[in-house]
Write a protein that binds this ligand. Structure first.
Ligand SMILES: [Zn+2]
Length: 261
């Protein structure tokens, strides 16, 4: 058991403790947040202090209400973020988790991120609780389209996405403020949290509900908990291992220990 908030947390012993829990787990679940994508250059648009907050007010502009009333305003705000996401590459943390999944150590990846970097790194069992930028849905006829071609025109040339069938505005399948989580994904996430015997929280400060409550669901059913995040979270006091460092340096170390001893 490793204590919280000590400089010794990133010690080789903490890495080994985490690796041991991953090795022993039968149903390991990983929960990731914005912190795993910031090393790939994607800002956390829900956090204060990022450029996006200072330029505009995401709570208002990244809301379903704004999208419905004034989609052009939403898209103007979204364009730089969409560009950063579209051209981002997975980092060492995404790769480490994909390697662990491919080796059979991770059963489910739950993410709050919409950037698809887990999939780009090779993860397949990804539950996207805040939606995804992989697809767009027509706000008139509800037809869904692969996002890539639309996004490229939008990011590179400012062409707004319209439905090829009915010319309605296409909305990225990401969860805006004021919108419910995608039901099926949320059910899957909760089931995975309740059935796991290990949860690894990576790059999330666990501040956005309801996803932030998933570690409690796992803990209440006896699961072990590892937290790798460079700021403290509310569940650190109940975690078996806490590593207060950047995920891109820590997760590859844990994966190396698990996979190669
Ligand atoms: Zn349509």
């Amino acid at each position: 058991m490793t204590a919280a908030a000590s400089p010794a947390l990133a010690s080789p012993a903490a890495i080994e403790d985490a690796a041991e829990l991953v090795r022993k787990a039968k149903r390991a679940v990983v929960l990731t947040g914005a912190g795993i994508s910031t090393p790939s250059g994607i800002p956390d648009f829900r956090s204060e202090g990022t450029g996006l907050w200072s330029h505009d007010e995401p709570l208002e502009v990244a809301s379903l209400t704004t999208f419905r009333i004034d989609p052009e305003r939403f898209f103007a705000w979204f364009r730089p973020l969409a560009g950063q996401i579209f051209y981002a590459r997975p980092n060492a943390a995404h790769t480490a988790l994909a390697q662990l999944e491919q080796a059979g150590y991770i059963q489910t990846m739950i993410t709050q991120n919409i950037d698809t970097l887990h999939q780009k790194a090779g993860s397949t069992c990804v539950v996207e609780t805040h939606g995804t930028l992989r697809t767009l849905t027509c706000t008139s006829c509800y037809r869904t389209f692969e996002a890539e071609a639309f996004l490229k025109s939008f990011i590179d040339h400012g062409v707004l996405p319209f439905c090829l069938q009915c010319n309605g505005v296409l909305k990225p399948d990401v969860i805006l403020f004021g919108e419910q989580l995608p039901h099926a994904d949320w059910i899957r996430a909760q089931r995975a949290a309740r059935q796991c015997d290990l949860m690894l929280v990576a790059g999330s400060s666990l501040e956005v509900l309801p996803v932030a409550g998933l570690p409690m669901q796992a803990l209440d059913r006896g699961a072990h908990l590892i937290v790798v995040n460079n700021t403290p979270t509310y569940v650190n006091v109940r975690a078996d291992v806490v590593i207060l460092e950047d995920v891109a340096s820590v997760l590859p170390e844990i994966a190396k220990r698990v996979l190669h001893g």
